[in-house]
Design a protein around this ligand. Structure first.
Ligand SMILES: *[C@@H]1O[C@H](CO)[C@@H](O)[C@H](O)[C@H]1NC(C)=O
Ligand SMILES: *[C@@H]1O[C@H](CO)[C@@H](O)[C@H](O)[C@H]1NC(C)=O
Length: 423
């Protein structure tokens, strides 16, 4: 190769690098556009040819083309009018994830002379994602004796958008028991919490259903919800209560063994074993009571167990205890008054006290021969006794006092009439 040839080649190389330098120079005055994500096909982005200083007529002859890293089909240039437009749907979250900045980098190349331009197209977030809770419902089990101000952590929501579109506000459905504690934005590590504001009572509300709502800061705002199912756990805070403090019942004496006397009924507002009741006689019940009656520990039924005798006991007073199976157990008490009804099971009894072993034949009328008392262990009409003498005897009964009589001489003594007796 001749020296002159070498010189010519070096000159050409210099020219080329100068040209390239110019091209880079032009490219450094970067053009920037922005387009909202999700924009429709054909949405105008920018007059790219004009903004890069290219003649429309040159685009085709100079082989105008656009290259971009990754997805190259998202934007396109109309070679007739030099306009950059949206070709297919751009999903910002797919393109850039959750990073605050998101843009497409375009490399625009033309030949003759070779020029390379760099164009940035910023993809702006629109509020196209609602806050999402990973759980549709969250279950919480809380004891009814849980202290006020206790905190329970909750799963928060996530929003795929960025900036204001992803700033979440939480609200809890109106309720009297819980409020929400939301960590401020610079405390993102702290969980969302439910705070107990009013004592729970399983006997009033055993299940609570709250709705937690997250709203983002976009315009228009989008919301997501999750349900909070709260089960209030029972503690043994209720004693068994009898439906009466005193039960009154009447029972015939001599009632047969196993006759049902009464069934006192206690109930307990608690749940499960905390409301399971056992019945028994109270500790102070006498052995005589236990011999006469028995109680079924499951049903509370009180039945006759021994002999019920009116003449021995007219009124029974039974103290009954109900105890639940909680830990510790709770007690309830009642009293049962059993009035025993008399039946006529006792015959009248006569006591005769003779004053003198014999009566003189000339004894005066009205002479008291004997003192008689009658009694009957039954009561009421069953215990009322009438006394009479057999007819045709020379005596009469004179009542001296209730159930006391005197047998007195009524007629002149006559031996032949002897044989009259007292009935
Ligand atoms: C006992 O009382 C409870 C509550 O008042 C009631 O539901 C139940 O039916 C009663 N049982 C009987 C056997 O009376
Ligand atoms: C009454 O019946 C119960 C149960 O059948 C029995 O245990 C009890 O001994 C009986 N009482 C008398 C006095 O027979």
């Amino acid at each position: 190769m001749s020296t002159s040839g070498q010189v010519a080649q070096a000159a050409r190389r210099l020219l080329l690098s100068l040209l390239l330098f110019v091209a880079w120079e032009t490219g450094s005055g970067q053009v920037r556009y922005s387009v909202p994500e999700e924009a429709k096909h054909g949405t105008f982005v920018g007059r790219i040819a004009q903004d890069l200083g290219l003649e429309l007529a040159d685009l085709v002859p100079r082989l105008f083309r656009v290259a971009s890293k990754g997805r190259s089909d998202l934007l396109e240039v109309n070679l007739q009018n030099g306009i950059l437009f949206v070709n297919s749907r751009i999903d910002r979250e797919e393109l850039c994830g959750r990073s605050a900045e998101c843009s497409l980098h375009l490399e625009v190349i033309v030949d003759r002379p070779l020029q390379v331009f760099h164009v940035e197209v910023e993809v702006k977030d629109i509020n196209d994602n609602a806050p999402v809770f990973s759980l549709r419902e969250q279950k919480l089990l809380i004891s009814e004796t849980m202290a006020l101000d206790t905190h329970f952590s909750l799963e928060g929501a996530a929003d795929e958008d960025v900036g204001a579109n992803a700033v979440l506000n939480y609200r809890l459905s109106p309720n009297e028991y819980f409020s929400l504690e939301v960590p401020s934005n610079d405390e993102q590590v702290k969980p969302l919490e439910l705070v107990l504001r009013k004592p729970l009572d399983r006997e009033v509300d055993s299940e609570l259903l709250l709705v937690l709502r997250a709203t983002d800061g976009g315009k228009p705002e989008l919301t997501g919800t999750t349900e909070l199912h709260i089960t209030v756990l029972d503690v043994n805070d209720n004693a068994p209560v009898f439906d009466k403090a005193v039960y009154r019942v009447k029972l015939l004496e001599n009632s047969r063994n196993s006759t049902l006397v009464i069934r006192p009924n206690a109930s307990d507002l608690d749940d499960g074993s905390n409301s399971h009741i056992l019945y028994s006689f109270a500790k102070d019940v006498s052995p005589v009571t236990k011999a006469s009656f028995r109680i079924d520990s499951d049903t509370g039924e009180i039945k006759v167990n021994g002999k019920i005798d009116f003449e021995e006991m007219k009124l029974w007073k039974l103290h009954i205890e109900a105890v639940d199976k909680g830990h510790p157990p709770m007690f309830g008490h009642c009293t049962i008054l059993i009035e025993v009804l008399d039946i006529n099971d006792n015959a009248p009894e006569l006591h005769v006290k003779s004053l003198s072993p014999s009566v003189a034949e000339d004894a005066l009328l009205g002479t008291v021969i004997a003192l008689i008392s009658v009694s009957d262990r039954d009561s009421g009409a069953n215990g009322q006794v009438t006394c009479s003498l057999s007819p045709h005897v020379p005596f009469k009964l004179v009542s001296t006092f209730k159930n006391y009589y005197s047998l007195v001489l009524d007629r002149t003594w006559c031996r032949s009439l002897l044989g009259g007796s007292i009935e």
